[in-house]
Ligand binder design. Structure first.
Ligand SMILES: [Fe+2]
Length: 374
């Protein structure tokens, strides 16, 4: 019987920066588009069909006693390859349960820090896509920010902590993943907030996020800051006067892309204004917590993705292009490919279409691609 590794076990290894060797047996196109990354992960690709007549193609690259985790799309062919490797004498072989599909859905909670008056802020890391969501709890109440589609995970976490989810907030209308915000709010009887400028086409009721109208989670205040540029409505949050949740405007290593609604030319000025004026007037001691990361190296100590705002003005190259025309050029010339199915994802998040669960999974495969690539 081949040994199985769960996505949770793999996530722990990645988060702890343990050396991890992955053998991905999907075809090379799929592998090149999207793979397991982060921490000290080393990953090699050998398509499944090359291994059917024998595992020789990987034997040269693999020490017999080395631990290796075989990964495929759904966990079927990885199990077969793992068996073949075992038959060839490898003893430390695992098959990743559920494959990339499960990996894409795993959320790993990391405690960011204590809030004043006994509250706590958690970051939920979706290692398979590089999406980050946040869980703020204080005095028995909770708010979730940029909720993923796997809403049950937040509900379970809330009941484990003995808190009630009262508010569900999205920093913007997402194009890279399906928001679970509205669904979660409905399930728990909470209030769902969206920036009104991103919500002009939505088909459901929501509460508008507005600067000047703080949201209170117990004694903790969440202060919305209008910060357009990635989308016209993009809104950041200052939490407990210490943390700045930047959504998809500012990341640790890069900046947000302005083009996912096809309006790069219009929004690049807004993006510049937010990054070079609006944020610049905030406290440089704020700890930036973004909605995504794109590079494995952004996963810091214990897996957390964060940095001080002041540090980012020193080392994030997207914040260091003073000349406006040069900035415009840098952003528009470095746009990565659009995320998988982004138009359908936007429509789903607006409530215009409601795909079946299987279809949703398929729409979400692949990396997030919300940043400008440099
Ligand atoms: Fe986004």
């Amino acid at each position: 019987m081949v040994k199985i590794m769960t996505t949770k076990e793999l996530a722990r290894k990645v988060k702890k920066h343990e050396e991890t060797l992955i053998l991905d047996v999907r075809n090379t196109d799929d592998f090149d588009n999207w793979k397991i990354e982060g921490g000290k992960v080393e990953v090699m690709n050998e398509p499944y069909f090359n291994l059917l007549d024998g595992v020789d193609p990987v034997v040269e690259k693999l020490e017999i006693e080395q631990e290796v985790i075989v990964v495929c799309a759904k966990g079927g062919s990885s199990q077969m390859v793992a068996e073949l490797l075992e038959e060839a004498g490898y003893e430390n072989v695992y098959s990743l349960e559920g494959g990339m599909k499960s990996w894409s859905e795993h959320l790993e909670p990391v405690k960011v820090g204590e809030l004043s008056g006994g509250g706590t802020l958690y970051q939920f890391i979706r290692l398979g896509k590089g999406c980050l969501s946040y869980f703020v709890e204080a005095n028995g109440e909770a708010a979730i920010i940029d909720t993923s589609r796997m809403t049950g995970i937040y509900e379970a976490f809330a009941s484990e902590k003995g808190v009630t989810i009262k508010y569900v907030l999205d920093t913007h209308l997402h194009a890279d993943h399906i928001s679970g915000g509205r669904q979660l709010a409905e399930r728990v009887g909470g209030t769902y907030y969206l920036p009104p400028k991103d919500a002009e086409e939505v088909t459901f009721d929501y509460t508008p996020l507005e600067e000047g109208k703080d949201i209170k989670v117990g004694d903790i205040s969440i202060q919305p800051i209008y910060s357009p540029g990635h989308t016209i409505g993009s809104t950041s949050f200052i939490i407990d006067d210490r943390y700045l949740l930047t959504g998809d405007i500012l990341f640790v290593r890069s900046i947000g892309r302005p083009d996912l609604a096809g309006l790069a030319e219009d929004w690049v000025g807004d993006l510049r204004n937010t990054l070079y004026h609006r944020y610049k007037n905030l406290s440089m001691d704020f700890i930036v917590l973004p909605a995504h990361y794109s590079f494995a190296e952004e996963l810091g100590e214990g897996g957390q993705v964060s940095a001080k705002l002041g540090e980012l003005y020193q080392r994030n190259s997207g914040l260091r292009v003073e000349d406006e025309n040069q900035f415009r050029k840098m952003v528009t010339e470095n746009l990565p490919p659009q995320p998988n199915a982004y138009e359908e994802i936007r429509k789903t998040n607006m409530g215009k279409i409601s795909p079946e669960e299987e279809k949703k999974k398929e729409m979400e495969t692949g990396p997030n691609r919300c940043a400008v690539e440099r």
